[in-house]
Design a protein around this ligand. Structure first.
Ligand SMILES: Cc1cc2nc3c(=O)[nH]c(=O)nc-3n(C[C@H](O)[C@H](O)[C@H](O)COP(=O)(O)OP(=O)(O)OC[C@H]3O[C@@H](n4cnc5c(N)ncnc54)[C@H](O)[C@@H]3O)c2cc1C
Length: 513
């Protein structure tokens, strides 16, 4: 199949062979490897996506097709070696023609929004806020596409009570690996619906998602408190996420946390919270000596409306804070508009870009760790393997398993409460060994080996494995179902080959140009 023939097959929009487009689609945020597609498609409609996939499916030789959202994967998951990348997101540098097929459509009464699969979450937020509404569950960073995060899970500090983003979707429109354009939901084509959510792009390309909305709060009180003792820190986090199960009880709206293993949080890119106006002088807190040189920061928010009297919000927050056992005097508070809070990481991005340290290799490791072993993980990794060096933010926060739908494709630990541990490191190559990609990648392997040897059964979030047996182990008792779904919805293994789960059933050299 010659992709240029796609024009004759009725693909309306442009198939680009421009080297700049091909170059963009060859790399991702991880900057850990390069894989060139033969061409990049900029679809003008869901039908364009369907025609391309159908052409790949029906051609004698076949060729790989990968949807690419904003390319914020780490390990080439959105790449398509020698195939066609469908550029779903309309972002700077990849803008093509008139842009995306349709704008977000909000239904106020029904409280949902229909969005194009390549839409960025920042745009979803802006569009829904115009109606006083907003999605319930977020990622920390909003310059990610809807299709990209729904292919994983989409998590942030709201997940403990709203579940991940994949638990907040009413309906999807999907192009399967056979090129069929189908609508799916709990009621209709439900197997496809559950397969695609958390499905790592293996079963279909999301062209439209219907996302649940709630009334948008106007303001956020954002609080950080410090701990020197890990078990006190996790006990408080677990207490806070247990409040979702007590109807009518006051609770925080967002619960996250991070680990401070060296000079302090000022070197974290995640936010400018600890700003010069709000400095953290850990040594001046009179805090007990940090446990093994490590401190822990609990990060929580309370949403409210502009009309709420400040003494009411003070009272609600203080009554919740009173139940916690953080280091006295270590509470830092700021109030800001809801949109600004949700978009907080973008500020840090702009800062890092201005210093030239955004476009660097990112050997990130994201793990789901069961609650029963999180203390062992702390001892072995935060206080052990990391050797008091962070090289980037280290997030840690718990979630409730009952907010995750077992029918989806995503894999989580088999415990009621589990933690996300996200080591979001940058290889800055400053000349120090600990800043090199090789050092950080070795450390990641060491962490995984430690878990294995200590019998801590972790699951990778945004998983990366290179051999099928590793994927079989990753999915555990879900592998059979995952495999069956692949045979049903993408039997020729055309889609998202960059995930390295299934061998393509064709050789890339069979796609002539
Ligand atoms: C700075 C930063 C912060 C992040 N913060 C968070 C966070 O707080 N929470 C969180 O959960 N994740 C977070 N992530 C991870 C992020 O959610 C995933 O990497 C996500 O896949 C990125 O979306 P994308 O649009 O860039 O996807 P891409 O990298 O373009 O694609 C990822 C995978 O999804 C597939 N895919 C893309 N679009 C579609 C589609 N329309 N239909 C089907 N499959 C598709 C691709 O083929 C690929 O396999 C973060 C990443 C970065 C770089």
């Amino acid at each position: 199949m010659d992709p240029t023939e796609l024009f004759f097959l009725g693909v309306d929009s442009r198939l680009s062979f421009k080297s700049s487009d091909v170059e963009t689609a060859s790399v991702d945020f991880g900057m850990l490897g390069k894989a060139k597609p033969r061409a990049v498609l900029h679809p003008a409609s869901a039908d364009d996506v369907a025609r391309l996939v159908k052409a790949a499916y029906e051609s004698a030789n076949g060729f790989p097709v990968s949807a690419r959202g904003h390319g914020h994967s780490i390990n080439g998951q959105a790449q398509a070696v020698n195939g066609v990348v469908i550029q779903m997101s309309d972002s700077e540098g990849t803008r093509f023609g008139s842009g995306k097929p349709f704008l977000p459509q909000v239904k106020e009464k029904e409280k949902y929004v229909d969005v194009w699969g390549g839409e960025l979450w920042i745009q979803v937020l802006k569009s829904t806020l115009e109606h006083g509404l907003a999605p319930k569950s977020w990622t920390d960073y909003l310059y990610l596409s809807v299709g990209g995060t729904l292919s994983n899970a989409g998590i942030s500090g709201q997940a403990f009570h709203h579940g991940p983003q994949i638990s907040n979707v009413h309906e999807l429109e999907v192009v399967t690996g056979k090129g069929e354009l189908l609508i799916c939901s709990e009621e209709k084509n439900s197997e496809l619906f559950h397969a695609v959510l958390g499905g790592l792009g293996q079963f279909g390309i999301i062209t439209r998602a219907r996302i649940a909305l709630e009334a948008a709060p106007q303001k956020v009180r954002w609080i950080r408190v410090l701990y020197s003792d890990f078990s006190t820190f996790t006990r408080d986090q677990e207490y806070l996420i247990s409040l979702h199960a007590q109807p009518g009880s006051q609770k925080f709206d967002y619960v996250e946390g991070f680990v401070i293993v060296n000079d302090g949080p000022t070197n974290t890119w995640r936010s400018s919270f600890f700003s010069p106006r709000n400095p953290v002088k850990i040594n001046s807190l009179g805090a007990p000596a940090a446990d093994g040189g490590v401190l822990y920061c609990l990060e929580i928010t309370k949403n409210y409306d502009g009309s709420t009297a400040s003494d009411i919000i003070d009272k609600e927050v203080n009554s919740l804070l009173k139940k916690l056992d953080f280091i006295p005097g270590s509470a830092f508070t700021t109030d800001l508009p809801y949109e600004e809070f949700l978009d907080r990481v973008h500020k840090a991005e702009l800062r890092l870009r201005s210093k030239g340290v955004w476009d660097v290799p990112h050997p990130w490791l994201n793990l789901f760790v069961p609650k029963s072993r999180i203390a062992d993980f702390d001892k072995g990794v935060f206080k052990g393997i990391l050797g008091n060096q962070a090289n980037g933010p280290i997030l840690i926060y718990p979630m409730n398993k009952n907010k995750w739908d077992r029918r989806s494709s995503v894999v989580i630990p088999d415990e009621e409460v589990f933690y996300l541990v996200a080591l979001l490191r940058s290889a800055l190559n400053t000349g120090e060994e600990i800043d090199t990609l090789e050092y950080l990648e070795n450390q990641n392997r060491q962490i995984l080996r430690f878990c294995d040897e200590a019998g801590i059964i972790v699951k990778q979030y945004l998983p990366h494995h290179t051999r099928q047996q590793e994927w079989v182990d990753h999915f555990g008792d879900k592998w059979g179902q995952f495999y069956q779904r692949k045979m049903e919805f993408d039997p020729r293994h055309i889609l998202a080959t960059g995930q390295l789960i299934f061998e393509p059933s064709f050789t890339s050299s069979t796609m002539p140009l």
